[in-house]
Write a protein that binds this ligand. Structure first.
Ligand SMILES: CC(C)(COP(=O)(O)OP(=O)(O)OC[C@H]1O[C@@H](n2cnc3c(N)ncnc32)[C@H](O)[C@@H]1OP(=O)(O)O)[C@@H](O)C(=O)NCCC(=O)NCCS
Length: 407
């Protein structure tokens, strides 16, 4: 039996990073990894439902055909035992370098159009509880970093830490600030618009829609806006660089393209059908003139409607007042959607000043039924970024750091 133990170090207490293999997971090993991490992440889904969701996501255009790489550690000679696992997904992004050379060179760089690059997101970092605290996740992440730098030709990567700021920063990931707008319905959500003036209720939204000021977006309509939005992010990055000309900062942004949105919609749609027995018919809302829109995700597990993307003025033509009215109408639509799904909170990551001002006005109109806070996110998803080759990151600005880029 002693030799069996030696051949299968997973069964011993002494498994160390020297005893494990880092490799791409086979389809069977993916299922083994999801079976393990489902105990932490399935939430109200059964394990089978969770594995089904992960399978569906792996077949979404963003992930299929090598878009997502599933990576694992397993003990040498024991490919059935998953020690650690994670996923790496390729994503389109923009970079505008502004930190090389003297001030004049930086200004010139910042006046160039942003360069489109491949970037990536690391997600679902997990270690089998049997093997925790032995540096396994750190070992896997170092291997992942070597792999993406060598093979993905990606300029930078991101991950969203649910375990604070310290762990990943030791591995070369720089954490970013996490401002967010939190709008909270103060009554049980389903009753929020049921009495009184109905300001945030679905009927109130229906009235606004009937008046033609807001239109709810079906999935195909939301996807049809993606191309324009990609161009908007491109322009916004260039504009930000122009305003900061000579500040020596490098600017990056992910592109909210249709593939990325489809992945979110597939994830959201599956959870809505499975947990609520309902289709997510509305993926967002837009103003009548389609110059501003909001896209959302129903996080039934956390009880939050998370704004994937808030586009305030696609044409860039509206005045400040009009812009604020648009954002207010869109936030009302998001509140109504949240109420309709029994969700008490609407979250907007990295809101602009205009969005924060619009939310404050909305609060004065709707309080005490809606509370509004501009806060630092404390409960996870700390965005963290790493440059190829562990280049230092003191001077990087992450534009459009909204929920659409999360994975
Ligand atoms: C986080 C996790 C992947 C670490 O795996 P591991 O193989 O034990 O990691 P390592 O041995 O490399 O590092 C252990 C460190 O992680 C830290 N850590 C683990 N869970 C943590 C948490 N919830 N909050 C903060 N730190 C945490 C430990 O304190 C330890 O710190 P130390 O090195 O200063 O002692 C593992 O605990 C896990 O799978 N947790 C559940 C899923 C999860 O939260 N994943 C992270 C998503 S961002």
């Amino acid at each position: 039996m002693a030799s069996a133990t030696a051949q299968h170090p997973a069964s011993s207490d002494s498994l160390s990073v020297e005893d494990v293999i880092f490799t791409t997971a086979t389809p069977h090993q993916r299922i083994l990894a999801w079976t393990l991490n489902g105990t932490a992440w399935a939430g109200a889904m059964t394990l089978d439902q969770y594995i089904r969701r992960e399978t569906i996501l792996s077949e979404a255009p963003l992930s299929a055909n090598g878009g997502t790489t599933y990576l694992i550690l397993h003990p040498r000679g024991d490919p059935e035992t998953i020690v650690s696992s994670c996923e790496v997904t390729r994503k389109r992004a923009l970079v505008l370098v502004g930190e090389d050379g003297d001030r004049q060179q930086q200004q010139q760089q910042q006046q160039q159009p942003p360069r489109e690059v491949t970037a990536y997101g690391v997600a679902s970092v997990f270690t089998n509880p049997r093997f925790r605290g032995r540096g396994m996740a750190a070992h896997m992440l170092r291997k992942v970093q070597e792999l993406v730098d060598r093979e993905l030709n990606a300029e930078f990567g991101v991950l969203y830490s649910d375990i604070g700021r310290r762990y990943y920063s030791r591995l070369g990931w720089k954490d970013f600030g996490t401002p967010q707008l939190r709008l909270t319905l103060s009554e049980p959500a389903r009753d929020a618009g049921g009495s009184g003036d109905g300001s945030v209720s679905s009927p109130a939204l229906a009235t606004a829609a009937a008046k033609g000021s807001i239109a709810l977006l079906r999935e195909d309509e939301a996807l049809a806006l993606a191309e324009e939005d990609v161009e908007r992010v491109r322009r916004a990055l260039a504009e930000s660089a122009r305003l900061g000309a000579g500040d020596g900062r490098t600017r990056v942004a992910f592109l909210p393209d249709a593939e990325l949105l489809r992945w979110h919609f597939a994830r959201d749609g599956y959870a809505c059908r499975t947990l609520a027995g309902r289709e997510a018919a509305h993926r967002g809302a837009r103003t009548a003139d389609a110059s501003a829109w909001v896209l959302w995700d129903h996080d039934l597990r956390e009880g939050k409607l998370k704004v994937l993307r808030l586009v305030e003025d696609a044409a860039g033509s509206g005045g400040e007042g009009e812009r604020r009215e648009h954002v207010k109408a869109l936030l009302r639509a998001a509140l109504a959607e949240a109420a309709d799904w029994g969700l008490r909170t609407v979250l907007v990551w990295s809101p602009s000043k205009a969005a924060a001002a619009a939310a404050a006005e909305l609060w004065s109109e709707l309080q005490p039924r809606v509370q509004v806070a501009l806060e630092e996110r404390e409960d996870g998803s700390v965005p963290s970024l790493r440059w190829k080759g562990d280049k230092p990151l003191d001077n990087v600005v992450w534009e459009a750091n909204e929920y659409f880029a999360w994975c």
